[in-house]
Design a protein around this ligand. Sequence first.
Ligand SMILES: [Zn+2]
Length: 88
Amino acid sequence: MAVGWARDGAVQEQIDASVNDAVNRAREKLPKGKSLTHCMECERVIPEARRKAIPGVCLCVECQSEFEKQQATSSGYNRRGSKDSQLK
Ligand SMILES: [Zn+2]
């Protein structure tokens, strides 16, 4: 019985580690990669200077700032939510 319990714990640790790994890999992908010539959102041309300044950029200045606003709001909300669920 004790062995079975220890195994469960080890499996849980592995799951946590692989989830964190996947999240980190997804984050690494976001800011890098190929820059788009046109905004993903409104299809306006992204200036070359902006593309060079931000590798992997896929939004124009306006859409990017909108996106960041949304990210700030939703990630703050999610962080609070996951903290609550961890406490329970
Ligand atoms: Zn745009």
